[in-house]
Design a protein around this ligand. Structure first.
Ligand code: GUN
Ligand code: ZN
Length: 434
C-alpha cells in the first residue's frame, strides 16, 4: 500500500457551474492537501482536516502551484500533429490539402504510426492532457499503434478506426463491410484493456455511404459500452453537401439519427451551425458536444453558440481538434473559447472553462466514474500547475485579488510552461523540470 500527498492550492468540480449554484459544485482550496493511495484519490481537504491522515507522511509542499484534475481533450486527430498550422484553406479544401495526405502517409508504415502516436501522447502529457477521444485513420494498424502506446503510458484514452467508404481519396477508403469487420475486431482486441475505450468513428456524413452508417449503428447496438465519435455542422459548405447527399434526411443530424448514431454515448465535434431542431434532438438524446474553438477560428468555420448549448442542457467538453486546431494545450483552447463567446456577446467564466476542460469533458466521454475530479476512489489523474511559470504570469497572477481573477489570468496567459507535473493514475508522467 503506497500513500502520497501534495499540499497546494486545489481546484476541482462536483457539478456543472453553468447549471448549479449548490455549495460544493466548485471546490476551491486556497491551501489544500490531495492524498493518493495506490493510484486512487484517498482524500482531498484542508491540512487541518487531514492532520491525522497525513501525520508521518512526507507531504510534498508546492507553493505557487495549483492542483487540478488532468485535462480531457474531447476531440483530436493524432495523425494530424504533423500538419498542424496548414495555411490558407477552409474545411473541405483543408482536408484535401493537409489532413488526408497526412493520414495516407501512415498507410504502409507501422513504425511511422507508432512514432507519431508516441510523440502525440507525450505532447498530450506535456500539456496536461491525461484523457482524450482521438481520431486515428482508416488503417487499423494506426489504431493499434495509438492504443499500444497509450496502454504503455496507462492513459485513459478512447479511439477508433475511421470509417470512410465514399467521396475520399481511394487510398483512405474502406468498404462498409470491411469497416464493420475491422472495427469489430479492434473492439474485441482493445476495449477495456488497461484504461482504454473504443469509439465507433465514421468520419462524417460526407465520407460514409448509408450502408456504412447503418453498420456503424449496428456496432453500437452490439457493443453498448463503446462511444460514437464523429463531426457535425462544422462548416456551411459541409452542411450543404450533407443535405445534397442525403436528401431524405431532415437535416445533418438526421443523417446520423436515421442510422441509430444519435445516442447518449455519442460525441459530436463542432456543432457550430445547429438548427433549433438539431440542438433539441441532441439535448433530448443526451448526446455530447466537443467545442473546438481554435479549430473553428483557424478554419473560419464559425462561432459556436455556447449559451444555447448550455441552456439546452447539453454536455459540453473542449476539443483541441488538432491538426485544424492550433494547439494541444487546454489553456489555448479555453483562451480561444473565451474569445468565441465574446464575439457572440456571451461569457465563458474561468470556472465554466475549467469545468469543461476537466469534469465536463470526462462526462462527455463517459469516463467520469473514473476521472474528471477528486471524488474519493477515482483514479488520480492530476496536474501541478505553476502559477509563476513566466515573469508575466508571476506579475499578473500575483496582483489578482480573488481566486477567480487568478484563475482567469491563468487560463488566458497559461500554456505548456505552466504544466509543472502531470500525474497519471498517481504516477508522475511528465515533469517539466526533469
Ligand atoms: N470533418 C471531417 N474530417 C475532419 C477533420 O479531420 N478535421 C476537421 N476539423 N473536420 C473534419
Ligand atoms: Zn475533427
Amino acid at each position: 500500500m503506497s500513500i502520497t500527498a501534495w499540499r497546494s492550492k486545489i481546484l476541482h468540480f462536483n457539478g456543472d457551474p453553468a447549471h448549479s449554484d449548490e455549495p460544493g459544485t466548485i471546490m476551491v482550496y486556497d491551501d489544500g492537501i490531495l492524498v493518493i493511495e495506490d493510484g486512487h484519490i484517498l482524500a482531498v481537504d484542508t491540512p487541518e482536516a487531514l492532520a491525522d491522515m497525513t501525520r508521518g507522511l512526507n507531504v510534498q509542499h508546492l507553493p505557487d502551484s495549483l492542483i487540478v484534475p488532468g485535462f480531457v481533450d474531447a476531440h483530436v486527430h493524432y495523425p494530424q500533429v504533423d500538419i498542424i498550422g496548414g495555411y490558407g484553406e477552409h474545411l473541405l479544401h483543408w482536408l484535401d490539402r493537409y489532413a488526408f495526405p497526412a493520414e495516407i502517409g501512415l498507410m504502409n508504415f507501422k513504425d511511422r504510426a507508432k512514432d507519431t502516436a508516441s510523440f502525440f501522447l507525450d505532447e498530450l502529457l506535456r500539456n496536461g492532457t491525461t484523457s482524450a477521444l482521438v481520431f486515428a485513420t482508416t488503417y487499423a494498424h494506426t489504431v493499434d499503434a495509438l492504443f499500444g502506446k497509450a496502454l504503455k503510458r496507462n492513459m485513459r484514452l478512447i479511439s477508433g478506426k475511421v470509417m470512410m467508404d465514399t467521396h475520399a481519396p481511394p487510398e483512405l477508403m474502406d468498404t462498409a463491410q470491411s469497416s464493420y469487420e475491422d472495427s469489430k475486431s479492434l473492439i474485441g482486441k482493445w476495449r477495456g484493456k488497461g484504461r482504454l475505450g473504443y469509439a465507433v468513428t465514421p468520419r462524417f456524413a460526407l465520407t460514409s455511404s448509408p450502408e456504412q452508417l447503418e453498420l456503424a449503428g449496428r456496432l453500437l447496438k452490439e457493443n453498448p459500452d463503446v462511444l460514437l465519435h464523429t463531426h457535425l455542422c462544422e462548416n456551411q459548405q459541409e452542411i450543404a453537401r450533407a443535405g445534397a447527399l442525403f436528401p431524405e434526411a431532415r437535416d445533418y443530424l438526421d443523417v446520423y439519427k436515421r442510422a441509430g448514431l444519435l445516442t447518449d454515448r455519442s460525441v459530436f465535434a463542432h456543432c457550430v451551425h445547429l438548427s433549433d431542431d438539431e440542438r433539441n434532438d441532441l439535448a433530448k438524446a443526451n448526446a455530447a458536444i466537443a467545442f473546438c474553438p481554435t479549430s473553428n477560428l483557424f478554419l473560419g468555420s464559425g462561432l459556436f453558440d455556447m449559451s444555447a448549448a448550455q441552456q439546452a442542457g447539453m454536455t459540453i467538453g473542449f476539443g483541441s481538434d488538432v491538426g485544424a486546431g492550433t494547439s494541444l494545450s487546454s489553456f489555448a483552447t479555453m483562451n480561444e473559447g473565451y474569445k468565441v463567446a465574446q464575439m457572440r456577446a456571451q461569457s465563458l467564466s474561468p470556472y465554466d472553462a475549467f469545468y469543461m476542460a476537466t469534469l465536463g469533458g470526462a462526462r462527455a466521454l463517459h469516463i467520469d466514474k473514473h476521472v474528471g475530479n477528486f471524488t474519493v476512489g477515482k483514479e488520480a489523474d492530476f496536474l501541478v500547475l505553476d502559477l509563476a511559470a513566466t515573469p508575466l504570469m508571476t506579475r499578473r497572477l500575483g496582483k489578482a485579488s480573488t481566486f477567480e481573477e487568478m484563475l482567469f489570468a491563468l487560463m488566458i496567459l497559461g500554456d505548456d510552461r505552466a504544466v509543472r507535473r502531470t500525474y497519471v493514475a498517481g504516477k508522475l508522467a511528465h515533469d517539466r523540470d526533469a
